[in-house]
Design a protein around this ligand. Structure first.
Ligand code: AOF
Ligand code: ZN
Length: 333
């Protein structure tokens, strides 16, 4: 199962809205096939593992391990549970059940009904942690939320309300790596205008997240970097529904937090990194709508005045030092 998790991770950040899944085929105690789910629309992990086996005649005498319950539905691909039942594997070993209503428990039922021995809950915690975004989306009906901001030692996120580069080369890389792992990245109109960020992944290899811009009155002009064609952008606004190239405008009533969460859910956004500004971060924190937070600090920097960092009365899970930045990592348990 550990090997399944390793395999699944090869597609980190690339499978949305599908989960990361890894699978191996074992014959007489030896791994004879391996596979993982590369991205939505492509074959599921088990199918890739089966296809990688050279001598298909031993499949019936083999066991198959999968980090997530085999699917039971006709989606972008046919149900894997049926395929496993057809092959008549000696045993199917499952990491955790699938929270997706289309599957939940039904995959295991298909296998058992076909008389196949099923063992489940192997490294269950690790398998759920691997797909914590997918689980949160299906179980809580909202995206997994990661907050990120940088602040000076005296608690400001900018200087006199002007952008100030608090992060350094190391933490920029770290942030880009985080962006590549989340499905979407969200900012408000002030951040889009003041910082003019492109919100893409440049410092590491990886996929660009979907950009979510909260801009009720459409104040951000077309020439701002959030609108470049490097990634899709969704603009939640109260003016219009429209589509232009990589940009989609989605009209919502008031853009309050509940509406934003609902729109993200409806647009199948399973995880979102909230990068600011301070006001938006504060709203998420006050409503306890967050799962992870990353606070980049610069202990040697005093900005004296500016936008105050959000009030965040929690203890970090760990602290790491990257040059002149100290980074605090939080989990909302
Ligand atoms: C598995 N193995 O590798 C994956 C599974 O639209 P589809 O056909 O790709 O189905 C997506 C759903 O199938 C997804 O939401 C999840 O419940 C399951 N994904 N299941 O056994 C896999 N990717
Ligand atoms: Zn499947």
């Amino acid at each position: 199962m550990r090997r399944c998790i390793q395999l699944a991770r090869l597609a980190e950040g690339s499978t949305y809205p599908n989960p990361m899944v890894g699978s191996i085929v074992v014959y007489k105690g030896k791994i004879i096939g391996e596979g993982y789910h590369e991205r939505a629309g492509k074959a599921h992990a088990e199918i890739n593992a089966i296809n990688s086996v050279e001598d298909k005649s031993v499949l019936e005498e083999s066991e198959i391990f999968v980090s997530l319950e085999p699917c039971a539905h006709f989606g972008r691909t046919p149900p894997c549970a049926l395929r496993l039942a057809e092959i008549k594997f000696k045993r199917v070993i499952i990491g955790c059940t699938d929270p997706n209503e289309k599957v939940a428990g039904k995959g295991i039922e298909i296998l058992r009904a076909a008389g196949i021995s099923v063992t489940q809950g192997i490294l269950e915690e690790e398998c759920r942690e691997l797909n914590r975004r997918f689980f949160t989306y299906h179980q809580k009906k909202r995206p997994y939320i990661v907050l990120k901001w940088a602040q000076s030692s005296d608690g400001f996120i900018d200087q006199n309300h002007q952008p100030y580069q608090i992060g350094n080369a190391f933490t920029r890389q770290m942030v880009h790596r985080m962006r590549a792992e989340e499905q979407a990245i969200l900012v408000g109109k002030n951040t889009a205008i003041n910082d003019n960020p492109s919100l893409t992944v440049r410092e590491v290899a990886g996929r660009n997240p979907v950009r979510i811009l909260l801009d009720s009155k459409l104040a951000v002009a077309e020439n701002f970097k959030v609108f470049n064609d490097e990634a899709p952008t969704l603009v939640f606004n109260s003016v219009k529904n429209d589509e232009r190239g990589s940009v989609r405008f989605i009209k919502t009533e008031s853009l309050n937090l509940d509406e934003i969460i609902e729109e993200l859910y409806n647009n199948e956004i399973q995880s979102v990194m909230v990068e600011g500004g301070g006001h938006i971060l504060g709203n998420f924190i006050r409503r306890n709508l967050w799962d992870e937070a990353v606070n980049i600090k610069r202990p040697d920097l005093h900005l004296h005045s500016g936008t105050p960092a959000p009030d965040f009365p929690f203890s970090p899970l760990k602290t790491e030092i990257f040059g002149n930045n100290t980074v605090e990592f939080y989990r909302n348990k």
